[in-house]
Design a protein around this ligand. Structure first.
Ligand code: SF4
Length: 337
């Protein structure tokens, strides 16, 4: 099935996440525009893991540690009782002794996972307590790496915005992952999960948009934002300078132009090959019965053939009827079906 015209309202508010995608690649922006999603201030497709442990808020870490310590002592106590039961029943009721042994194995497994979690949280609290206050001054003009806990120690409180901010003037909407507050200064934080630990123009656009939204909606000062790398306390400070603001304006104009131009929806120029190498939208997945990439816009699957004759597809490949030069495409030797 060929792609149909884009059912996009061009006068809609543009999400900050969408703008970042447009800055990265117009095709990625268009694909995201067709699948409405909320801006959460961090990269999408990051499901919460069951064994998730808090890592950036000292109060929450302490709270979790207290409850884990309680569990730890409870499980330790039950392990002791189970051990005594094994010994007690071993003489007369071997089957009960075996049953107690099975329960003890389960408790032991639980004990180790709680112990591991306590160790991790203690390490995080150590990092927080060893921090030395360090903060950028308001006129900071260069991108520089700061430690998350050093900034927190300098007196910044961390906040989560309950609702996204909207600026009808520029027509943008968004909500950073967290906001650091001190006096009348606000620092929006974006959390980066994927790729290398470097900052690209799409993150600069994102930070410029968050700073603009904070200044417009709250009337506070937002002289810079932070890009925090997941799994570390390294945070790159991005100044909210004129260059990034004009990059934001250019991206908004590009996004509106692309979303307005019906013909461009299907014939957008592809970016440099390097952009596609690790782009999740170009990552090939096996075609299955349930393969539907964009039900909202009615685009069908565009299968391509890989090693052993297996069929693959990707969101970008389906939408623009091509084989994105993703690193896996070469490995799988994808070709037209
Ligand atoms: S695969 Fe390439 S063209 Fe497609 S969205 Fe990603 S970067 Fe853009």
């Amino acid at each position: 099935m060929l792609p149909q015209s884009c059912p996009i309202k061009t006068d809609r508010l543009l999400g900050v996440d969408l703008l970042a995608k447009f800055e990265f690649c117009a095709r990625a922006g268009l694909l995201s525009a067709e699948i409405q999603s909320e801006d959460t201030g961090e990269e999408e497709d990051m499901p919460q893991r069951l064994d998730y442990l808090p890592d950036y808020d000292e109060v929450i870490i302490r709270h979790r540690l207290t409850s884990l310590m309680r569990n730890f002592w409870l499980i330790s106590g039950s392990l002791l009782i189970e051990l005594l039961c094994i010994g007690y029943f071993a003489k007369a009721r071997m089957e009960l002794s075996v049953l107690c042994g099975v329960v003890m194995c389960v408790s032991l497994f639980w004990w180790f996972s709680v112990f591991r979690a306590i160790t991790v949280l203690r390490r995080r609290l150590d990092a927080a307590s060893q921090a030395a206050p360090r903060e950028p001054d308001e006129g900071h003009l260069i991108e520089e790496t700061f430690n998350w806990w050093d900034i927190r120690k300098a007196g910044y409180q961390v906040d989560r915005m309950p609702e996204p901010m909207v600026d009808p003037g520029k027509g943008i909407i968004g909500r950073p992952w967290r906001v650091l507050r001190k006096g009348d200064i606000r620092i929006p934080v974006f959390r980066k999960h994927r790729g290398d630990r470097s900052v690209h123009s799409q993150q600069r656009v994102r930070i410029a948009a968050y700073c603009h939204l904070i200044e417009t909606c709250e009337g506070s000062k937002a002289p810079f934002g932070l890009v925090l790398f997941s799994g570390s306390y390294d945070a790159v400070l991005i100044p909210n300078g004129r260059t990034n603001m004009s990059l934001l304006d250019t991206t908004i104009a590009t996004a509106r132009r692309v979303l307005r131009a019906d013909t461009e929806c299907q014939h957008l120029e592809a970016p440099a090959r390097s952009c596609c190498k690790s782009c999740p939208l170009g990552s090939p997945a096996p075609v299955t019965e349930n393969s539907v990439t964009s039900p909202e816009s009615n685009h069908g699957v565009h299968p391509v053939v890989g090693l052993g004759g297996q069929l693959f597809h990707s969101p970008c490949g389906d939408r623009f009827r091509w084989i994105p030069p993703h690193e896996s495409a070469e490995r799988l030797r994808l070709r037209k079906a």
